[in-house]
Design a protein around this ligand. Structure first.
Ligand code: FNR
Length: 185
């Protein structure tokens, strides 16, 4: 049984990508468990002075939750062609334990945007950071959910476009196979 932890890149309540992340919990294939990881909004801004006093509870909770999953799915918007600061901040906190619970774990990225490109440009910058975490990135097939306002019901936390939902289900099956092949290697 693969357990996939879903990490959200947006902090806001009415977030399109958070709604997709919530929907993803129910889209995993049989034999896969999906769990929501703590939202990065619960973490303070990284500051070595804080860490010198001890790992903050919120960061420790995220680190512990990551330790309990086999793989990570990141569902995120793109901010200024790059990683939203809250998500980068969460990764920075998690990187401060040795070994980081991200290391050698499979990871996939879904970007979400109301724009046509679907946040395509966040993938490259996020992959750079995930490489630094020594994660095992499933680079393809890529998932960029563009025009998300028409595809997502934020209140319900649901995908309302059947084609998108089917594509995401398929992607999770492919990711599960990727995780299993990695674990066998
Ligand atoms: C954005 N947005 C955005 N969209 C995009 O496709 N590419 C981009 O580079 C950016 N840059 C950007 C920067 C900042 C600071 C903000 C606040 C927004 C728009 C963004 O996709 C839109 O606000 C989404 O709805 C944010 O995602 P959530 O919170 O709905 O998941």
């Amino acid at each position: 049984m693969t357990t996939i932890g879903i990490l959200e890149g947006s902090l806001r309540r009415a977030s399109l990508s958070r709604a997709v992340a919530r929907a993803a919990l129910a889209l995993v294939p049989d034999g896969v468990q999906a769990v929501a990881l703590p939202n990065p909004g619960s973490l303070p801004l990284f500051n070595q002075d804080i860490l010198d006093e001890g790992m903050p509870d919120a960061a420790a909770a995220l680190i512990a939750a990551l330790g309990n999953v086999d793989a990570v799915l990141i569902v995120t918007p793109e901010y200024n062609w790059s990683i939203p600061g809250g998500l980068k901040n969460a990764i920075d906190w998690v990187s401060r334990v040795t070994p980081t619970p991200l290391a050698r774990k499979p990871v996939a990225i879904w970007s979400v945007s109301p724009g046509l490109l679907g946040g395509a440009r966040v993938h490259e910058s996020l992959r750079q950071t995930l490489h630094c975490m020594d994660m095992v990135i499933m680079a393809k097939p890529e998932v960029q959910i563009g025009g998300a306002k028409d595809k997502v019901d934020v209140e319900a936390g649901a995908i309302v476009n059947a084609e998108t939902e089917a594509f995401l289900r398929g992607h999770l099956s492919t990711f599960d196979a990727f995780c299993k092949s990695w674990n066998r290697a």
